[in-house]
Design a protein around this ligand. Structure first.
Ligand SMILES: Cc1cc2nc3c(=O)[nH]c(=O)nc-3n(C[C@H](O)[C@H](O)[C@H](O)COP(=O)(O)OP(=O)(O)OC[C@H]3O[C@@H](n4cnc5c(N)ncnc54)[C@H](O)[C@@H]3O)c2cc1C
Length: 215
């Protein structure tokens, strides 16, 4: 698999001879105002130009739209991408919005239900690990899925530093009595509010635990 980061969340994923365009944000540099309430709200988005001509991104096999926020599926993508391209969406609500822009082949992944998702996950794990699916099924202990879209308690949030809170992440990351260790994006001062920050913080907390167990 080859992954090329284009800009923001926009990626090209080449896998098994197919090219997938993920979360297209295709507007010209500076087309949208900065995000209100953030440290860089005065900077217009996107911050940089596309590194290739727009039309070069149309020559793909399919598009994957993880969700409909402007920085993952923007006006320019909605207006310019070829209407017949297959577009994968997370659920029927997103699919309807994408179809309303004239896209004719929109496929909501949640429509496959729990068993369909597990079926697809097993297929792709077998491909990724180069093993037979039957062998994976023999090793499988159990599966579990959760639909965050339908969970009334899942509201989605991430941290940001308020005025005077530049060092708050260090406080949040401090272990309690060398027994309780904390990970999570809010404990990372450099990549706050991102999956990358969460991963780095998890590694840091795991190293702390390891040092505690084996000094
Ligand atoms: C709408 C939205 C869009 C985003 N887009 C992007 C993006 O494009 N790129 C990017 O890098 N980041 C993005 N983020 C941010 C990213 O999702 C978070 O930074 C990341 O998920 C944080 O990971 P985490 O492990 O620190 O916390 P979380 O993923 O929030 O995990 C915390 C877990 O703890 C559980 N929990 C909470 N309290 C308890 C309790 N008392 N007992 C047991 N469990 C508990 C929660 O249910 C949750 O599963 C986005 C966030 C949102 C909300």
């Amino acid at each position: 698999m080859q992954i090329t980061q284009i800009r923001n969340a926009t990626l090209l994923v080449d896998y098994a001879g197919k090219t997938l365009l993920v979360d297209p944000l295709l507007a010209e540099r500076g087309a949208y105002p900065g995000f209100a309430g953030t440290a860089n709200s005065h900077l217009a988005n996107p911050l940089v130009d596309l590194p290739m001509p727009l039309a070069a991104l149309f020559d793909v096999d399919a598009v994957l739209v993880t969700h409909l926020h402007l920085d993952h599926w923007d006006e320019t993508a909605r207006r310019t991408l070829p209407r017949a391209l297959p577009v994968f969406a997370q659920n029927e609500a997103d699919a309807q919005s994408i179809r309303a822009d004239g896209f004719t082949d929109v496929r909501p992944l949640a429509a496959h239900g729990d068993t369909g998702m597990i079926d697809r996950a097993l297929d792709s794990m077998a491909r990724v690990f180069g093993t037979r699916r039957a062998q994976l099924e023999r090793m499988l202990v159990g599966t579990w899925t959760h639909d965050w879209q339908r969970d009334p308690f899942s509201r989605g949030a991430y941290s940001y530093a308020g005025v005077g809170g530049v060092d708050a992440h260090k406080e949040l990351a401090k272990p309690l009595q060398s027994t309780l260790f904390f990970a999570g994006e809010a404990t990372n001062g450099e990549q706050t509010g991102t999956v990358a920050g969460a991963i780095v913080s998890g590694r840091r907390a795991a190293a702390e635990v390891r040092r505690r167990i084996k000094p």
